[in-house]
Design a protein around this ligand. Sequence first.
Ligand code: 5GP
Ligand code: ZN
Length: 119
Amino acid sequence: MAGEPQADCLFCKIVAGDVPATVVRETATTVAFRDINPQAPSHVLVIPRVHYPDAASLAEAEPETAADVLREAGAVAAQEKVADSGYRVIFNTGTGAGQTVFHAHAHVLGGRGLAWPPG
Ligand code: 5GP
Ligand code: ZN
C-alpha cells in the first residue's frame, strides 16, 4: 500500500528505530534528525514517517503530511536558532539533483552564509 514502510529503505529504518539517528524533533507524522554528513553548522533532515520516494509524490498522496514536513522545517530552524540569520529548505529530487535516499526528506541548512544560486 502507498506510504507503507519499505524493508530496503534507510529512512524507514530510522523511523522504526532500527537505525540510530540524532533526533532533534518528532511529531506524530514526522521525524527530524541530524544529517550524518553535515554541509552546514546546522544540517537537519525532516522526513515523514510514511514512505514516499520524493517530496512531490508525498504532496500528491498526502498533502497534509507534506505540510507537516514544511511546518517542522520551520520549527527546526527556530529550535536550531538559524531562523533569524536565514536558512534553506531543500528537496533534492532525482539522482541528477543529488538525491541518494528515496524516502522524501527536507534538508534544513543554516548557520553559515548560503550562496544563491545554489550549485
Ligand atoms: P539526499 O542526497 O538524498 O538529498 O540526502 C540524503 C542525506 O542523507 C545526505 O545528506 C546524507 O548525508 C544523509 N544520510 C545518509 N545516510 C545517513 C544515515 O545513516 N544517517 C543520517 N543521519 N543521515 C544519513
Ligand atoms: Zn522509507
